[in-house]
Design a protein around this ligand. Sequence first.
Ligand SMILES: *[C@@H]1O[C@H](CO)[C@@H](O)[C@H](O)[C@H]1NC(C)=O
Ligand SMILES: *[C@@H]1O[C@H](CO)[C@@H](O)[C@H](O)[C@H]1NC(C)=O
Ligand SMILES: *[C@@H]1O[C@H](CO)[C@@H](O)[C@H](O)[C@H]1NC(C)=O
Ligand SMILES: *[C@@H]1O[C@H](CO)[C@@H](O)[C@H](O)[C@H]1NC(C)=O
Ligand SMILES: *[C@@H]1O[C@H](CO)[C@@H](O)[C@H](O)[C@H]1NC(C)=O
Ligand SMILES: *[C@@H]1O[C@H](CO)[C@@H](O)[C@H](O)[C@H]1NC(C)=O
Length: 838
Amino acid sequence: MGSTRPSPELQEKSLLFAAATMAGVLLSLLTPATSAVAYDHKAIIVNGQRRILFSGSIHYPRSSPEMWADLIEKAKDGGLDVIQTYVFWNGHEPSPGQYYFEDRYDLVRFIKLVQQAGLYVNLRIGPYICAEWNFGGFPVWLKYVPGIKFRTDNEPFKAAMKNFTVKIVSMMKSEGLFEWQGGPIILCQVENEFGPLEWDQGEPAKAYAAWAAQMATGLDTGVPWIMCKEDDAPDPIINTWNGFYGDYFSPNQPYKPTMFTEAWTGWFTGFGGPVPHRPVEDLAFSIAKFIQKGGSFANYYMYHGGTNFGRTAGGPFIATSYDYDAPIDEFGLLRQPKWGHLKDLHRAIKLSETALISGDPIVKSLGNSQESHVFRSNSGDCAAFLANYDTQFYGKVTFNGLHYDLPPWSISILPDCKTTIFNTAKVGAQTSLMKMNPVGNFSWLSYSDDINFDDDKSFTFVGLLEQLNVTRDSTDYLWYRTNVDIAENESFLKSGAYPILTVMSAGHSLNVFINGQLAGSAYAGLQDPRLTYSGSVKLWAGNNIISILSASVGLPNVGEHFESWNIGVLGPVTLNGLNEGRRDLTSQTWTYQIGLKGEALNLHTLSGSSSVEWGELLPKQPLTWYKAFFNAPEGNDPLAIDMISMGKGQLWINGQSIGRYWPGYIATGDCSPCDYRGEFNETKCQSNCGAPSQRWYHVPRSWLNPTGNLMVLFEEWAGDPTGISMATRNVGSICAHVSEWQPSMISWRTKDYKNPKVHLSCEQGKRMTTIKFASFGNPQGACGYYSVGNCHANKSYDVFVKKCLGQQLCSVAVISEVFGGDPCPGVLKASAVEAICE
Ligand SMILES: *[C@@H]1O[C@H](CO)[C@@H](O)[C@H](O)[C@H]1NC(C)=O
Ligand SMILES: *[C@@H]1O[C@H](CO)[C@@H](O)[C@H](O)[C@H]1NC(C)=O
Ligand SMILES: *[C@@H]1O[C@H](CO)[C@@H](O)[C@H](O)[C@H]1NC(C)=O
Ligand SMILES: *[C@@H]1O[C@H](CO)[C@@H](O)[C@H](O)[C@H]1NC(C)=O
Ligand SMILES: *[C@@H]1O[C@H](CO)[C@@H](O)[C@H](O)[C@H]1NC(C)=O
Ligand SMILES: *[C@@H]1O[C@H](CO)[C@@H](O)[C@H](O)[C@H]1NC(C)=O
């Protein structure tokens, strides 16, 4: 695979840019002379300019191509400069040498859309990506290359990794997508979070990391390479940070910029776990803390998390929703106030950019837990960050002779070193309450999967086989079947004290059938993929058939040599309570069948589903397929299927897999009330305890036809399909709650400091039709349940009706004059409003 060299003309152009930078001499040592993207101690340098860059992760296979342009536009509106994505090797090379770059895997199309929006790309090739993605992004066939060991100094692995990396880099070059070619790619990543493994594994890991670095830089991309969480990334590769906070991090050389490649906006949901949230006050605090320390690149992981369609979820037990509590929700709608507050943060920081890129901050203590960070440029710009790390109390500080009152656990931004235009804990952006609206039910037909095997598709083996080795992940399912002879004189046949069957499995879930009847199910959890089924079984005299359907729920994506972890029934499998005591079935003859009969028949497709007789609804049967036809709901609102009444299985619409559903897995964990103050971690602000981890499953609009859509699902347990419904998702109410003293960017620009405003905005094409609540005074409560306090201007409602009703956007100043006079002099007042957009 040949690599294209930049043209002489481009080389000359970029040399000029390099010479124009202050650190030009040093730069030309660190990055190829052909580079128009370079870096120095302070920042990434694009076109000769040091830049403070905000970036957001959007993974192209986690949404439909029809959604991409809108997601990218929303990212741009939110103040991002860069879109970051991994490259998904197992999606692109499903079998060795057979590449796929279509549909959701159309990487070039995705990058070109980012380019059209005027944003840059940070391409994380990996090709190990973790990402809660099946097998961490590795194709399963890779595991079966003779002699291979992943992510270490191993020749077969290095050859395959290089092959794929070269493939992607060549593709990007031939499409002209690197910055020096006029494209959007300004950064590439090789490997991913390798530091912790290197720490554990020592020498071969070190050699591999050095090889990976050299291999990558040898590809001459003309843009800097990064390695995240890799402290000894060799020059010229920049080591970067991933975490909830990034301010403790410094790169391994003084001439590298401080970069935060993954600032976690939330966390993933696992089946059985609660749904994690990260308050935007804390996320904004984390980013401001990173920038005030001197950081110049921050990427939100995720900015849009999206959906693990098909069987792409990693795991085990990663849910289908990869919402991540990101600023754009799974369905592509703005999550407010998260999106808006971060947008305000980005604007405040960009207003300070000239000072920020000029050098390191001067840090001074302003109190026990308060600090100032001041940046100055040669031309006299001054920007300050005033931080209060106290988790309980306001910090009253004096800075440059002026007094400031800093909320707990917050940072104020002063782009002129005087005026607070933003505070991380004071959210001025509007809140949106999202709504799921049921729009229709389905009328179902059913088809029972067959637990008898086809002779030509099954095979026997003495002993138990590891599941992945047998299925190669072509399906989640593997049948294990064996026979048990019960003598007429077994005493349990008289006593009724049936023997206990115990099945030990390496993961992840199973159903046990005795003579064709479901005996029970068992499944593991996020903490440990292994499970044990144990239950009494009604055997009869003579020959009995024990059939076990083992199911995988996403291959592991992280952990020491995760590629070697087993799944399936590895035993022991025993029967206890026979005359002989215990009988071990582990080493006897087992018959295997890969996948379900319905899978072999392609029942999820239109043609496959027509190949069998479907019957009337048989509710509450295990191993049953259901199908229904439906018309697309009107409008453009995003869609979901409410699976609340179902157990566990998979779902398809028009042949496309929506993913694994598992509302039967009830979330357990700590859902205590959430306070943004204090150190965040992924278990701090969770919801859904005692409810299904995931109830709604996103259906991309573009997958539907106006009429006659086919929905098929396979239910492993015994759910009731009559309870399934389709729902649209939209914004129920929008709210804002803004105080007289809300720092305000607009007021800073107009030098009209004391005039914060309430801003309300409906989505494109919608207008405010109802003002549900309005109060200027001291309103109480939160969006959806505001109430009037003991101070309230009687004109509040009329003012909002007049300014906002019938409008898509409106703003109302938070000052007494607007509301016909001060309703309670001497009291700090605020405006709260709730409106409905339709
Ligand atoms: C690398 O790619 C080439 C061309 O597709 C193929 O022939 C070769 O087998 C690949 N090698 C490895 C180790 O994957
Ligand atoms: C769907 O069916 C359920 C029960 O069968 C019913 O309660 C619900 O109202 C129906 N929903 C719609 C939107 O028709
Ligand atoms: C995989 O299965 C094959 C037989 O199909 C067997 O020879 C081999 O030992 C198995 N490998 C592992 C790791 O289980
Ligand atoms: C039970 O029957 C089996 C043959 O079916 C025989 O071998 C065994 O001795 C019998 N056991 C008893 C306790 O009668
Ligand atoms: C996460 O945060 C919660 C709440 O602050 C705390 O109780 C818990 O110990 C923290 N967990 C870890 C692993 O730090
Ligand atoms: C506001 O309305 C209340 C109740 O209608 C009334 O008692 C009060 O006098 C009014 N206040 C003003 C300032 O008009």
